[in-house]
Design a protein around this ligand. Structure first.
Ligand code: NDP
Ligand SMILES: CC(C)CCC[C@@H](C)[C@H]1CC=C2C3=C(CC[C@@]21C)[C@@]1(C)CC[C@H](O)C(C)(C)[C@@H]1CC3
Length: 396
């Protein structure tokens, strides 16, 4: 819990330092005056308030989540893409009225600090709220009785106040849209410093905007991911969603602002193809599973081969999910590579995301395998026999 924020601050400091050495010491240790800024706090709270207000706007659709332990389902507003578009409109209006969005690039450290503080306070409130929650609403993990462990993993599965779902809101709104805004600020700052943004900066912005835009366009698909169906909402997700995502996932753009990299059109085209290839696998796999989980007789998935399980649910064993057991992770990792390549090969720092993400997904995959084995027993063993590779065909 202390190491994650420290790593984030390290990355923010190193990205703007001359040598930009991932494994080197930070250029300096920031004092409280560099971390704390009332202006950053005000900006951050305004941002959270704006995103919460956009979440509460009428939605084009209300979707039902997966069935819960007590056989009930929760309802979720599908208006994430609308929130992205409205935020973009507001930011465009602001920019045309002279709002200095590029200045955000100078405020990343105090903003990351207040986001971390909010995550700590918020997780504490969530932990206290869970003490009053009925047992049926608790997550399968995160209820060990060890307060530190449970605070980290999160006790309640879907903490809500009325219909406002905190985990669903945090997963897709302030952090994810904030990431795109930070990238934009870095692009604008580069234009201010060098006359125009570099091709590498355009690519990183474009790829990551596609990733975030897609997540919000396909918002309903998040309802079948592990975060929503299985994990409690505690410090790991609160900090991950609110601080880690916007401030470390924008690392490539931060690096490029201070370390411009030459990139020719032929190389840029190859990188675009790699990103498109990764996206194709990622989206295809996630949509196929989501469609299947929502309605196995949907004509788009009805012809796929499946394995029945004792729970009444089936496992896909052909299509994307017959290639490897986590095709969505494979696509995501290929995209992660494409996001780092525009930063060249001279530094390891912009490859931090790829390294961290590989570790995260390998760990996540192991965790999911254990859960699935527990849930599906022999049927899962049969699936593993039929589809022996986990993430990368013939390799892992
Ligand atoms: N950018 C980032 O930082 C991160 C991105 N991600 C991305 O989020 C997405 C979701 O990932 P995540 O939630 O970890 O995992 P998945 O979306 O892969 O969900 C795993 C669940 O899918 C179901 N499942 C597994 N195999 C099959 C099958 N053969 N047929 C049908 N259902 C199956 C099981 O649940 P059940 O059977 O109960 O439905 C399993 O628990 C991925 O694309 C991942 O790359 C994830 C983490 C971080
Ligand atoms: C701080 C820790 C080291 C790790 C925290 C992990 C979180 C940052 C990630 C856990 C699962 C995530 C997902 C996405 C973002 C990162 C976190 C929150 C996701 C919203 C990104 C966009 C994708 O399209 C998605 C499939 C919707 C992702 C869902 C999982």
């Amino acid at each position: 819990m202390l190491l994650l924020p420290a790593t984030m601050v390290h990355l923010l400091l190193v990205a703007r330092s001359g040598p930009a050495r991932l494994l080197g010491p930070p250029p300096y240790l920031p004092g409280l005056e560099a971390l704390w800024s009332p202006r950053a706090l005000l900006l951050w709270l305004t941002w959270l308030g704006l995103q919460a207000a956009l979440y509460l706007l009428p939605a084009r659709k209300v979707a039902e989540g997966q069935e819960l332990k007590d056989k009930s389902t929760l309802r979720y507003p599908i208006n994430g893409f609308q929130a992205l578009v409205l935020t973009a409109l507001l930011v465009s209006l602001g920019v045309s009225a002279g709002l200095p969005v590029g200045e955000l690039a100078e405020m990343l450290l105090p903003l990351a600090f207040v986001a971390t503080l909010t995550a700590f306070i918020f997780s504490l409130l969530l932990y206290l709220k869970a003490l009053l929650a009925p047992t049926s609403t608790l997550a399968p993990g995160g209820n060990s009785g060890n307060p530190i462990y449970d605070f980290f993993l999160g006790r309640e599965l879907n903490p809500r106040i009325r219909s406002f779902d905190f985990k669903y809101f945090c997963e897709l709104r302030p952090g994810l849209i904030g990431w795109v805004l930070i990238n934009l600020a870095l692009l604008m700052k580069e234009a201010e410093l060098r006359g125009s943004p570099s091709l590498a900066m355009w690519l990183v912005n474009g790829f990551q905007l596609l990733y975030v835009g897609d997540a919000l366009w396909q918002e309903e698909a998040v309802l079948t991911t592990m975060d929503i169906t299985h994990d409690g909402f505690g410090f790991m997700l609160a900090f991950g969603d609110l601080a880690w995502v916007p401030f470390t996932y924008s690392l490539q753009a931060q690096f490029l602002l201070y370390h411009p990299q030459p990139l020719g059109l032929p190389m840029a085209s190859v990188i675009c193809l790699i990103n498109a290839f990764g996206f194709y696998i990622f989206r295809g796999a996630n949509s196929q599973k989501n469609t299947f989980r929502k309605n196995p007789s949907d004509p788009r998935v009805a012809d796929l081969e499946t394995i029945p399980t004792a729970t009444g649910r089936q496992l896909l064993v052909s299509g994307w999910w017959g290639m490897v057991r986590h095709p969505n992770y494979l696509g995501d990792l290929i995209m992660a590579l494409a996001w780092s390549l525009p930063c060249g090969m001279s530094h390891l720092l912009p490859y931090f995301y790829l390294l961290y993400f590989t570790a995260l997904l390998v760990h996540r995959e192991g965790r999911d395998e254990r859960q699935c084995l527990q849930k599906y027993g022999l049927a899962w063993r049969e699936y593993c026999r039929r589809v022996p590779y986990r993430i990368v065909p013939y390799i892992y």
